[in-house]
Design a protein around this ligand. Structure first.
Ligand code: 16G
Ligand code: ZN
Length: 529
């Protein structure tokens, strides 16, 4: 290790006195001015992780749907997954070390994780459109360089694009080319083939209005335009040229406030969607002729994917195991519909993409979505091989055609992580192939009334949960109180959990009417306080 260099560079990216941050479900997030040292150190950690795995590691500078003044950083593991949990701890240790302790902590991590410091290190870097992101990604580069690592800076990319190129790089091109051009080509080829099939069945041109949260999604959709089939007409709003990132717009705003974003002019029954600031989440919506707003969230996206994929799997006649993975926030009505009507097994896991992704890997076809619009589909290698073979060799025309559609789905879906651009194309393809309008999609089931609240408490960590966060184990007596409150209402459920991204406790309740859901959430929040 270049000890003198390390001293010099860490002095250029000093840690503010007394600041401690934790690598949480979304990596590090904070006000951008507090993150210089974090970025420098995450560059170092990425180099170490690369040496430990013998693979290229990704570093994404973004704070997703947070306000423009914030920023954050996340590491991407070799196959495009979230950083392994054992390394989250190293990330936190390195981030909170005092400047003069850095060398010691690096040595400790190398010992604990058996990192050979002589090995090559390779890191891919990406960033979102925040004003602070360029400088912060420069600090990441300094961190990689000081430990002798190589890097490639992709500059402005969506979070899922960075996951994608990391996966491509480490699978020797099996997943695709590790370039943005490779990403656009792969997606547009699969999409064009799917859309062509729907046009032959008489479907008219599709139109979609997209709110890009004034973020990276707008730039990347523009780059993709030349690859795009003319059959789908996209109109981009909130492209970042006029307003601030995520301000009164984007997927998170629309989901939380259950209303349209600012800056998107919506006519009755028009199909619209919102990306979030780094384009890894998407929600759809429309306004009916009476002026009522209808949100089509992650649960309903998972439902659409499930129906479509289940039908295709039945057509190809393979007994592949399919399942849906949700979190406790999934609306109970969606869970019921999936289990009873679509007849697909549903599993509930803890909040956070890594938990959903991990569970979905257990199936041949694992569909996962958070209600907030983050999700994707994972196909097991065996399932993928079977489908590709059927698409090529199956003699029965109907079966072969169904396998071809599935094959294009596999190529269109970004299996590394939830991806707003890819999910949007999958949704448009399914709606076109099934001849469905967004209104018909929305009408599959009606959400149970629900309410999400946040409560400020002295120490949110006193709440510990079990059963995929649906039951509180501590503090003693809390779960019994919640159980008693839930009993007062019909068709009700409620749970509390400490947030992984904010210093609050979240309270969620469902009941037979909106008034009752509101009342139950309120009473539960008093029990927490
Ligand atoms: C993070 C998670 C998101 C989750 C949210 C919950 C990732 C990449 N992101 O943003 O999936 O829904 O946290 O936040 O895992 P909370 O813990 O504050 O409720
Ligand atoms: Zn995001």
């Amino acid at each position: 290790m270049d000890v003198e260099g390390l001293k010099k560079y860490s002095a250029l990216h000093p840690k503010p006195a007394g600041l401690t941050l934790q690598y949480g479900t979304a990596g590090f997030r904070s006000k951008a001015q507090q993150l210089e040292h974090i970025m420098f150190r995450m560059g170092m950690l990425a180099a170490l992780r690369s040496r430990a795995t013998g693979a290229t590691i990704g570093v994404m500078v973004t704070a997703s749907h947070n306000p423009e003044e914030d920023n954050g950083v996340k590491l991407v593991d070799p196959l495009g997954e979230m950083l392994h949990p054992s390394w989250e701890e190293y990330a936190t240790q390195l981030a909170n070390a005092e400047d003069q302790e850095l060398q010691k902590i690096v040595t400790e991590i190398c010992q604990k994780a058996a990192v050979n410091q002589q090995k090559d290190a390779s890191v891919f870097i990406g960033r979102d459109t925040r004003p602070s992101s360029k400088e912060l990604s420069q600090a990441v580069i300094d961190g990689i360089s000081i430990l002798g690592g190589q890097y490639y800076d992709y500059g402005l990319v969506t979070t899922p694009q960075l996951h994608y190129v990391v996966c491509c790089q480490n699978t020797q091109g099996q997943y695709g080319k590790p370039t943005l051009e490779g990403y656009y080509q792969k997606l547009s080829k699969a999409f064009t083939e799917l859309i062509k099939k729907s046009l032959s069945s008489g479907e008219a041109q599709r139109q979609l209005k997209i709110d890009c949260a004034n973020g990276i999604g707008a730039l990347k959709l523009a780059e993709m335009e030349t690859y795009f089939p003319k059959e789908v007409q996209i109109q981009v709003y909130n492209d970042g040229t006029k307003e601030k990132l995520n301000h009164l717009c984007g997927a998170d705003f629309v989901k939380v406030h259950q209303k349209p974003p600012k800056g998107l002019d919506m006519k009755p029954n028009e199909s619209c969607c919102s990306f979030d600031g780094d384009a890894d989440r998407i929600v759809y919506y429309y306004m009916d002729t009476a002026g009522h707003f209808h949100l089509i969230d992650g649960d309903k996206i998972a439902t659409l994917f499930s129906i479509f994929l289940k039908e295709l799997l039945a057509k190809v006649g393979q007994t592949l195991k399919m399942a849906v993975v949700q979190t406790a926030y999934a609306n109970g009505s969606s869970t019921r519909y999936l289990e009873e009507t679509v007849q697909v097994p549903v599993h509930c896991v803890k909040t956070g993409v890594k938990h959903l992704h991990h569970k979905a890997q257990e199936f041949d076809v694992g569909i996962y979505f958070e209600a907030n619009g983050h999700g994707t589909v994972l196909f097991s290698k065996a399932a993928e091989n079977t489908i590709r073979q059927l698409a090529k060799e199956e003699k029965d025309d109907a079966k072969r055609e169904a396998a071809k559609v599935l094959e294009n789905m596999i190529d269109l879906i970004n299996q590394t992580v939830g991806d707003a651009i890819s999910d949007m194309l999958v949704i448009e393809a399914i709606l076109a192939l099934k001849g469905l309008t967004v209104q018909q999609w929305d009408a599959l089931y009606t959400d149970f009334p629900s309410r999400l609240l946040k409560v400020q408490v002295a120490d949110r960590q006193v709440i510990d949960t079990t059963d995929a966060e649906r039951r509180a184990v501590t503090p003693p007596g809390l779960q019994e109180k919640i159980d008693a409150l839930v009993k007062k209402y019909k068709l009700s459920r409620a749970f509390v959990r400490p947030s992984g991204t904010e210093d609050v406790v979240r309270v969620y309740a469902e009941a037979d009417t909106q008034e009752n859901a509101d009342a139950l959430a309120h009473e539960v929040s008093l029990a927490v306080y």
